[in-house]
Ligand binder design. Structure first.
Ligand code: SD4
Length: 331
């Protein structure tokens, strides 16, 4: 593991070689000092399913896998867990009872891939990675994404488990088929996307984001998670960010891109996440009863998070410790 001093020396050296002759340009300076001793490799991810996902991602990097392998393998853990109601197998269905999945992935080379409104495939993140690596496109949707997955050897599965089917049938009775009932007084329920960012020993970053989306959404609804810049953004020169919560608010403000751009302007990850949440408060009137959380990591391995409502937490694996941290909130 690189310690903070060695790593900072390394990135300042990298910064120096990017200077154009005659142009004085400094590395972005964080607005706040990190509240922990930063070190790489590091992995950060949303919610408590982030703990086993971080563990896997770290194991992959320590075993010599690439940072893209790490983020993909990390988020496959909650995708494959039938007891996780918000990602992959066992994900909460739409209001018609169909499980439809969204996922995106971004590498340190700036390449990106995503799938949305994908059905019957347990690991949409791996399909997103193939879109990134094997096609000239960024996003495949619905039937086309499924066709692409099947052509590449993925198998169809029933994603609705007996438990999620039972809950959905209860919901249909009580909700009168209205997805808005989810949002009123339960901002932290019905969505629990995993967004995960990793940095390897060389300081290279990648990110992944995968979800069954908002529980009991309208059929055909796609959230922020597969939209590059909304649910996920990584710029290997600056850092990365990913989002969870009500995707509509994140999409209207292009939240993850905004966080990375704020870090580019010198904000710390924490300050950048806070300002992106404040942007939502300012620009999207329906923010008060909904939840959004951002996590971010910059090129120095510093991390931060911020959310709208209390109740969002995230997992950070750094300095040989993998722990949950409660995010600060706007309200
Ligand atoms: C979405 N942001 O579909 C995603 C899923 C979610 O916590 O709710 N995440 O809006």
């Amino acid at each position: 593991m690189l310690n903070r001093r060695k790593f900072l020396e390394k990135i300042s050296a990298a910064g120096a070689v990017t200077l154009l002759p005659g142009i004085v340009k400094s590395m972005p300076v964080p607005a706040e000092a990190p509240d922990h001793d930063v070190a790489i490799p590091a992995v950060i991810s949303t919610w408590s399913h982030g703990i086993p996902a971080n563990e896997k991602a770290m194991e992959v990097m320590r075993g010599g896998g690439s940072v893209v392998d790490a983020v993909e393998q990390g988020v496959r853990i909650p995708e494959g867990d039938p007891d996780n109601r918000s990602v992959g197998l066992g994900g909460t269905p739409d209001r018609d009872g169909h499980v439809t999945l969204d996922a995106s992935i971004m590498g340190s080379d700036g390449n990106a891939g995503a799938v949305c409104f994908l059905e019957h495939i347990i690991h949409p993140i791996s399909v997103a990675r193939l879109v990134m690596e094997k096609t000239p496109h960024v996003l495949l949707a619905g039937e086309g994404a499924l066709q692409f997955a099947l052509e590449n050897g993925f198998e169809e599965h029933k994603l609705l488990t007996p438990e999620t089917e039972k809950s959905w049938k209860e919901w249909v009775k009580e909700s009168n088929y209205n997805p808005e009932v989810n949002w009123e007084d339960k901002p932290n329920e019905f969505h629990d996307t995993i967004g995960l960012l990793a940095m390897d020993e060389n300081g290279d970053m990648a990110g992944a984001c995968t979800t069954s989306g908002l529980g009991y959404k309208m059929r055909g609804r796609v959230g922020d998670s597969p939209i590059i810049g909304a649910g996920l953004f990584v710029d290997n020169e600056i850092g990365g960010a990913t989002a969870t919560g009500m995707g509509e608010l994140v999409m209207k403000t292009l939240g993850s891109f905004l966080v990375v751009e704020l870090m580019r302007q010198g904000r710390s990850p924490q300050q950048a996440c806070k300002e992106a949440v404040e942007r939502i408060v300012k620009k999207v009137p329906e923010n008060k009863i909904r939840q959004v959380g951002f996590i971010a990591m910059n090129k120095k391995g510093e991390t931060g998070a911020f959310c709208l409502q209390p109740g969002f937490n995230y997992a950070l694996h750094q300095n040989d410790e993998n722990k949950m941290i409660e995010s600060k909130s706007y309200y």
